[in-house]
Design a protein around this ligand. Structure first.
Ligand code: ADP
Length: 265
């Protein structure tokens, strides 16, 4: 279990709180969406989880231990992070070397290293790009390379920052099925997103950040069950939910969401 316990955060000592008394826990195999208006603190929250920022107050804990003092490289043994612009995290001349970088730093060598790299590249479907320069690839492929780099390190948590924004339908579908496959392997996926269709159809839980605090933490069904609830935090209504509301006497239900998403695909 990875937890934020009563975390407050400001970028400068005299600055305003970006997060105030924020607590959240992430269990095994969840696909959790983190959403909220632009500037609400979603990226900041994930940067604290991954160790790129330290809480001003409160702690980050992993399996009951306070890991607040551990930096991002120490936390990379169990948590992977895919930036919104993944080219910013790619420095090696080929995809294979990029994916090998993390496990090599962890001490893997020889066949063990080769197997970890090949398996990770196959899992995200970038094996054919193994000898290409990562920064020359389309953003969707770069994201999958970044995911491969995390998988090769045997992580338990994967954070993806707005992975589907600006992606075409095929790349979106690929990412969604990849996230679901990772989840089935027990990896917890934390997805920063504005895409409420994905929240409604694929996420087990959704956290909404508003006014520096956690405004909602629960199922997508409950979030969209009553009109106005999601909208008060500036969230769009998923197309499936909008359709359900438009049909008289058809309350929102998961079957409707699944049906509409299958239809739209
Ligand atoms: P979101 O991901 O929800 O759009 P962010 O976490 O990126 O929000 O930003 C939350 C707030 O923190 C915004 O007001 C943003 O301007 C501010 N902020 C983000 N990064 C920095 C930084 N490095 N220094 C100072 N303020 C920042």
């Amino acid at each position: 279990m990875l937890e934020l316990q009563n975390v407050s955060f400001r970028y400068t000592p005299r600055g305003n709180n970006i997060l105030s008394h924020f607590s959240a826990s992430f269990g095994e195999g969840e696909l959790v969406a983190v959403t909220g208006r632009n500037g609400s603190g979603k990226t900041t929250m994930t940067r604290i989880l991954v160790g790129l920022e330290k809480p001003s107050e409160g702690i980050v804990s992993y399996e009951g231990n306070d890991i607040s003092a551990e930096d991002a490289s120490a936390r990379s043994r169990f948590i992977g992070y895919v930036f919104q612009q993944p080219d910013r995290q790619m420095f090696m001349p080929t995809v294979r070397e990029e994916v090998a970088f993390g496990p090599r730093m962890q001490g893997l060598t020889g066949k063990e290293l080769d197997d970890a790299v090949e398996n990770a590249m196959r899992a995200v479907d970038v094996a054919e790009e193994a000898d290409r320069y990562p920064r020359s690839l389309p953003r969707g492929t770069q994201q999958r390379v970044a995911i491969a780099s995390a998988i090769a390190m045997n992580i338990r948590y994967l954070i993806l920052d707005e992975p589907t924004s600006g992606q075409d339908g095929n790349e979106k579908k690929r990412l969604i099925s990849l996230m679901n496959a990772l989840r089935k392997q027990g990896i917890t996926v934390i997805l920063v997103t504005h895409d409420m269709d994905i929240v409604a159809s694929d996420c087990s839980r959704v956290i909404v950040i508003a006014d520096h605090e956690k405004a909602y933490d629960g199922t997508p069904e409950n979030l969209f069950a009553s009109e106005g609830k999601a909208e008060q935090w500036g969230l769009a209504v998923p197309s499936s939910v909008a359709l359900g509301r438009a049909l008289p006497g058809s309350p929102y239900c998961k079957d409707m969401v699944s049906f509409c998403n299958a239809y739209m695909k």
